[in-house]
Design a protein around this ligand. Sequence first.
Ligand SMILES: Nc1ncnc2c1ncn2[C@@H]1O[C@H](COP(=O)(O)OP(=O)(O)O)[C@@H](O)[C@H]1O
Ligand SMILES: [Mg+2]
Length: 223
Amino acid sequence: MSSLISLENITKVYRSGLSDFHALKGVSFELNIGEMVAIVGASGSGKSTLMNIMGFLDHCTTGKYFFAGQDVSCVPEQDLAGIRNQKIGFVFQSFFLLPRLNALQNTMLPLLYRQTSTELAKEKALLMLEKVGMVNFAKHKPNQLSGGQQQRVAIARALVGEPDVIFADEPTGSLDSATGRDVMDLFHHLNQQEKCTIVIITHDKSVSQNCQRIVTICDGHIV
Ligand SMILES: Nc1ncnc2c1ncn2[C@@H]1O[C@H](COP(=O)(O)OP(=O)(O)O)[C@@H](O)[C@H]1O
Ligand SMILES: [Mg+2]
């Protein structure tokens, strides 16, 4: 299996005023192409911090980060957004769909940010909505959709740009347990059938059970 992400001894220190907070204390982690991995740990253990670093939303303080074999530890701030848009799809607990846009328009957004033509963006977005079972809701605004349906649209938006990896941070955290299971089944299907590489961050043991590998983080360490 070939490596997509390799982290070597990553630390993250949040500096606020006089005190420093060590959120990650030397994390090493490997993610292979095609894997579906759960990162679990108590609230405050450092899961989102780790995802933000792997997803190019934030820099680590020290350590080495290799993405697809390339050392990206020292990529300048202004280049991060470009890498993020091309390589990473995000799914968040609170969906983050734009309320004024319908499901189709929300799904098209990542492509429009990369100057894909409207026509092609629409075609690809409809295909993704089909994959997540939401094509019949393409014209619906987020407030006309249930939580589970909104999360499906968010997953379509994460996938539409054909990212190398999807990071989902507590994707079932706002859903009842049956809907949460449906969303996890969808991730499982995307991993098995579409060969998507997926990292799911959760504090919920029942969510992680669906994943091939579980990585536990505790107080800024992988244990
Ligand atoms: N921007 C920040 N500034 C200061 N402290 C932060 C910041 N973000 C997170 N933290 C702290 O780092 C620790 C880990 O946070 P986080 O990665 O969000 O944990 P988790 O996602 O596992 O709940 C927490 O104690 C949190 O309060
Ligand atoms: Mg978190």
